[in-house]
Design a protein around this ligand. Structure first.
Ligand SMILES: C[S@@+](CC[C@H](N)C(=O)[O-])C[C@H]1O[C@@H](n2cnc3c(N)ncnc32)[C@H](O)[C@@H]1O
Length: 424
C-alpha cells in the first residue's frame, strides 16, 4: 500500500482505492476495513463518496469472488498474475453485478492496469473484459453462484444450512440500529420483531437525526439477542467482557444494571469510550485481559462476547470469506475456554453467564457450550417464550443460533451463537 503514496493522485480514485484494498487483503491478508482506512491517507482530493464507492466495489469482488473467477476464467488461457486477476475481477464485477456501462468498466480497468505497473497485461485485460461485456449476464448462466462464492471448508461446516447462508451472503447487509429507551424510530426505519430498527444498506448512520444525541447505536438484529438473553435487572452488578465497540454494553447499561466493560485493546477501548459518551451511559471502563481481570466483588451476571472467527459477520465483512482458514475456529477454542473459565470465577453462586460468538462454526459455539460444564457452569437453556420473536433461532439444546439465511423476506441477520449458564 505504501507504493500508493509515491504515485501521483489518481484520476480515478474509486477504482484505485478498491484495487489497493483488494491487493492488501490478498497479499497482506489485511481486513477490508483496515485496508480501506489506511488507503490513500495523504490524498485530500479523495471524497467520502469515492471511498464509499471503492468500498462497495472491493466488497462486491470479495463477496462474489468465486462466481467472478468462474466468469472470467472461461476467457483466459492461463491464470494471470494475482494483481491482474484482481483487476479483471473488478472489471467483471462492474460489468456483471454493478451495472456499470461497458465502455466505462473496460476502459477504466485497462487504465488502472497501466497505472499500476501492469502495462504488459493491458491488452489481455482489454480483450477479456470486452468478451465478458459481450457475454453480459449470460457469462453467469449455469454457474452455481452460491456454492462458488463460499470456500469449501466453510460450506461443509454449515451443514444443511449452507445453501441458505451462502445465498444470503450474496447481497449487501442492511443497517440495523438498537434504540435507546423512548427514542423515536428514524425516518424510513422498519421495526423488526426483535425490536431492532432496519434501514436500507448504505444508509449513513452518522447523518441520521438523533445520532449525536445518542438515540441509537449500530447493532445487527442478531447481535442484540445475547445481551437481551442475559435479562439484566436494575442494580445488578454485571461485567461485559470483550466489550468494544460496545453495542452490548449499551444494552446492559440501559437496563439499569451497574456495568463494568472490560476490553483488552487500547484502540478499541477508545472507540468504546466514545460510544459510551455519545450514548450518555454510566459504565465503568477497564482496559484489561479478561482472562486475568478480577472484579472487586462477585458478580450477578457476565456477558462474554468472545473473540472468534467472526464468520457470522461475513455479510458485512466479506473479507472474512477470503481470510479465514479451516484451522482458525478450532485454534481459538482454547482462548474461548479460558475466557469462559475466567467468567465463571467472577460469578457469585447462582450468577448467570451468557457466552456469545459472532461465529457460525460449531467449534466456537455448541462445542464450547458443551465444554463449559468443566468450569462449574450448569446449562440454563433459553425458553421458547424468550425466543418467541425468532423461534427458528432456538436450537434443540435451547441455545441461540442465528445465520444470514434467517428472515430472508426481511433481509437476513448476522450469524450468532449464544448459550446461558448458571454458576453452581
Ligand atoms: C466480538 S468483539 C466484541 C463486540 C462487543 N461485545 C460488542 O457487542 O460491541 C471482541 C472484542 O474482544 C476483545 N478481546 C479479545 N480478547 C480479549 C481478552 N482476552 N480480554 C479482553 N478483551 C478481549 C477484542 O479486542 C474485541 O474488541
Amino acid at each position: 500500500m505504501n507504493s500508493r503514496l509515491t504515485r501521483p493522485p489518481s484520476s480515478d480514485p474509486t477504482r484505485q482505492i478498491a484495487f489497493d484494498v483488494l491487493v492488501a487483503v490478498s497479499e497482506k491478508r489485511r481486513a477490508l476495513e483496515d485496508a480501506l482506512d489506511s488507503a490513500d491517507p495523504a490524498d485530500s482530493q479523495v471524497l467520502s463518496r469515492d471511498r464509499a464507492a471503492a468500498h462497495r466495489l472491493a466488497a462486491t469482488v470479495l463477496r462474489r469472488m468465486g462466481t467472478l473467477d468462474a466468469a472470467v476464467e472461461s476467457f483466459l488461457k492461463k491464470a494471470p498474475p494475482e494483481r491482474v486477476r484482481l483487476a479483471l475481477l473488478m472489471g467483471a464485477a462492474q460489468l456483471l453485478l454493478l451495472d456499470t456501462p461497458a465502455h466505462a468498466a473496460v476502459g477504466t480497468i485497462v487504465s488502472l492496469v497501466r497505472n499500476n505497473k501492469l502495462e504488459p497485461f493491458a491488452g489481455l485485460v482489454n480483450a477479456v473484459l470486452r468478451r465478458v461485456a459481450q457475454a453480459g449476464t449470460a457469462a453467469l448462466d449455469g454457474l452455481d453462484q452460491a456454492r462458488l462464492d463460499v470456500p469449501a471448508w466453510l460450506w461443509s461446516s454449515w451443514g444443511s444450512d449452507a445453501r441458505r447462508i451462502a445465498e444470503a451472503l450474496g447481497g449487501e447487509a442492511p443497517l440495523d440500529l438498537s434504540l435507546a429507551p423512548g427514542a423515536a424510530v428514524p425516518e424510513g426505519g422498519v421495526v423488526l420483531p426483535t425490536g431492532s430498527v432496519r434501514l436500507p444498506a448504505g444508509t449513513r448512520v452518522a447523518a441520521l437525526p438523533g445520532f449525536e444525541q445518542g438515540a441509537f447505536w449500530v447493532q445487527d438484529a442478531a447481535a442484540s439477542l445475547p445481551a437481551r438473553l442475559l435479562a439484566a435487572r436494575p442494580g445488578e452488578l454485571i461485567a461485559d467482557l470483550c466489550a468494544a465497540p460496545g453495542g452490548k454494553t449499551a444494552q446492559l447499561a440501559h437496563s439499569g444494571a451497574r456495568v463494568v466493560a472490560v476490553e483488552r485493546d487500547a484502540q478499541r477501548l477508545r472507540r468504546l469510550r466514545e460510544n459510551v459518551a455519545r450514548l450518555g451511559l454510566a459504565v465503568e471502563l477497564v482496559q484489561a485481559d479478561a482472562t486475568e481481570w478480577r472484579p472487586a466483588q462477585p458478580l450477578d451476571a457476565v456477558l462474554l462476547d468472545a473473540p472468534c472467527s467472526a464468520t457470522g459477520t461475513a455479510r458485512r465483512h466479506p473479507d472474512v470469506l477470503r481470510l479465514r482458514r479451516a484451522a482458525d475456529p478450532g485454534g481459538l477454542s482454547e482462548t474461548q475456554d479460558r475466557l469462559i473459565e475466567a467468567a465463571a470465577r467472577m460469578l457469585r453462586p447462582g450468577g448467570r453467564l451468557v457466552y456469545a460468538v459472532c461465529s457460525m462454526q460449531p467449534e466456537e459455539g455448541p462445542q464450547r457450550a458443551a465444554a463449559a460444564a468443566r468450569f462449574g457452569l450448569r446449562p440454563d437453556p433459553f425458553t421458547e417464550a424468550e425466543l418467541a420473536d425468532v423461534p427458528e433461532a432456538r436450537t434443540a439444546e435451547g441455545w441461540l443460533r442465528t445465520h444470514p439465511g434467517l428472515w430472508p423476506e426481511r433481509g437476513g441477520m448476522d450469524g450468532f451463537f449464544a448459550a446461558r449458564f448458571i454458576r453452581d
